[in-house]
Design a binder for this molecule. Structure first.
Ligand code: K1U
Ligand code: ZN
Length: 173
């Protein structure tokens, strides 16, 4: 397993649409293992493959509060049904470091996906898990949570991150 570099806004790779996975093989399982290690190290509660520069439809999530880890893996996740009622949560994103904002999304969703062994599965999620699944599936479409904010707030965050990146690049080079 390896900890991989997480891309941050405004990296254009984050805006790519990820491709469906044809087969859950050793390469995909290695990708999932690396994503989990990267997510736990960050730390975060979710990660999409595109955040480490891999445009494949793979996400990992662990919203467990207890010490014991409860990782969830989703390959080719698809939302089949979303609830009419919404849930608002103050979201963060490892690709938008240090920024948090309230986002309203459907409270519940029913998702189909392939698991670690390539088996077809379905899951009914609610609350934070449903929010996290929707946030991560957005990454697969090149969407970030800041896209739901006003133009003013989004531009402010993007400018701030661009400046931070320039400062860091000068220090590292
Ligand atoms: O970048 C990501 O997609 C991960 C993101 C997931 C997420 C958070 C909140 C709402 C929806 C989706 C994060 O994990 S941000 C970090 C975070 O929320 C967290 C970090 C440590 C402990 C608890 C939460
Ligand atoms: Zn994110």
């Amino acid at each position: 397993m390896a900890i991989r570099k997480i891309l941050t806004e405004p990296d254009p790779v984050l805006r790519q649409i990820s491709h469906e996975v044809e087969k859950v093989d050793g390469e995909i399982r290695k990708l999932i293992d690396d994503m989990l290690e990267t997510m736990y190290a960050a730390p975060g509660i979710g990660l999409a493959a595109i955040q480490i520069g891999v445009p494949k439809r793979v996400i990992v999530i662990d919203v467990s509060k207890e010490e014991k880890k409860k990782p969830l893996y989703f390959v080719n996740p698809k939302i089949i049904i979303s609830s009419e009622d919404n849930f608002t949560y103050e979201e963060g994103c490892l690709s938008v470091p240090g920024q948090f904002a309230e986002v309203e999304r459907p409270d519940r969703c029913h998702v189909s996906y392939l698991d670690y062994d390539g088996q077809k599965k379905e899951l009914k999620a609610e609350g934070l898990l449903a929010t996290c699944i929707q946030h991560e599936i957005d990454h697969l479409e090149g969407i970030l949570f800041i896209d739901y904010l006003s133009k003013l707030k989004k531009n402010y965050i993007v400018k701030k991150l661009s400046k931070q990146k320039k400062v860091l690049e000068r220090i590292v080079v």
